[in-house]
Design a binder for this molecule. Structure first.
Ligand code: NCD
Length: 311
């Protein structure tokens, strides 16, 4: 099967089959890194540009590594050190990058919808690496890949997402993807951190972790996005941590094989305690490794690769 799209901007508009194609393509991509030569040729001669308007460590490095493992040439542009500082518009920057020969632009931007806008003005493929509070599709995909790898399936699992749902693009991509693949998703947060009408996306809402933790197969713990909150939406970080922070006391009644996930960066002692972050049930490091495989799959498919031709 081929992925007949120019861009990857969101999971909302992908079909279940397209999501499964990406996840299936990521399996042989992961095999590439267990080889002594961690490189395969499909993107030889292609240029992949990372255009980042927001700070990022793991996502940028993960995309760069993914592109390099597929033999592409890679260039990194950080907004702070470029003409963007001199007031160049997003569209002009995108056109310049295209004129320099980019085939794929990977972009992160503080405004929701920015990758969509740029996509209309350039011919090269756009991959959204996180836009404002909208979506972070490759994070959603790597979370689903990790769940499928560890649990053998997604359909029928109960997945809890706890934390700042209101400002989280990771939550939104997870919700779209997981519900399309048949998981039961619930969000757990104070009422002020839950978007209005979230139930319309097919998720259930809880305001206390204890009400649901015992039923979960997976818990995905999110950071409080202080940089996106105009005012603090709960009394204090200490109180948030006391009520919503996931620690071993809250997990006392959890299933023995509960999968513990976090997209990073973790704020230990706030949304997650150190013992939970480092517990045998935690797959935080595997998420990072799987991120490279999933991003290789996305780059490969957007460049016209077919799932049956991966070596
Ligand atoms: C997330 C992001 O930037 O949206 N992080 C990431 O991609 N590794 C989540 C976060 O910043 O909390």
């Amino acid at each position: 099967m081929k992925f007949n799209r120019k861009d990857l901007i969101e999971l909302e508009t992908l079909t279940r089959e397209e999501i499964e194609l990406i996840l299936d393509t990521a399996i042989p991509m992961k095999d590439v890194f267990t080889r002594t030569v961690k490189k395969t040729p499909p993107l030889r001669g292609k240029t992949v540009v990372n255009l980042f308007y927001e700070p990022s460590t793991r996502t940028r490095i993960s995309f760069e590594l993914a592109a390099k493992r597929l033999s592409a040439d890679t260039i990194n542009i950080a907004a702070k050190a470029s003409s963007i500082e001199k007031g160049e518009s997003l569209i002009d920057t995108g056109r310049t990058v295209q004129a320099l020969g980019a085939d794929i632009i990977i972009m992160r931007h503080p405004h929701s919808g920015a990758p969509h806008l740029l996509s209309k003005h350039v011919k090269c493929s756009i991959i959204n690496a996180g836009d404002g509070t909208h979506e972070h599709p490759t994070q959603g995909l790597l979370d689903m890949y990790t769940i499928r790898e560890k649990k053998g399936r997604i359909k029928g699992l109960k997945v809890g997402i706890v934390g700042d749902i209101l400002h989280s693009r990771v939550a939104r991509s997870n919700i779209w993807g997981l519900t399309k693949l048949g998981a039961e998703v619930c969000v757990i947060a104070p009422a002020t951190l839950i978007p209005r009408d979230i139930e319309k996306l097919g998720v259930s809402v809880y305001h206390r972790p204890e009400e649901i933790i015992g039923e979960l197969d997976v818990i995905n713990i999110l950071r409080i996005q202080k940089e996106r909150q105009k005012e603090l939406l709960f009394p204090s970080l200490e109180e948030y941590s006391f009520v919503f922070g996931v620690d071993s006391t809250k997990l006392a009644g959890a299933k023995k094989d509960l999968l513990i996930m976090h997209p990073g960066p973790m704020n230990r002692g706030i949304e997650i305690s150190s013992d939970v972050a480092d517990s045998p049930n935690s797959v935080v490091d595997q998420q990072v490794t799987n991120g490279v495989a999933v991003r290789m799959a996305v780059l490969y498919l957007l460049s016209g690769g077919k799932d049956e031709n991966i070596t």
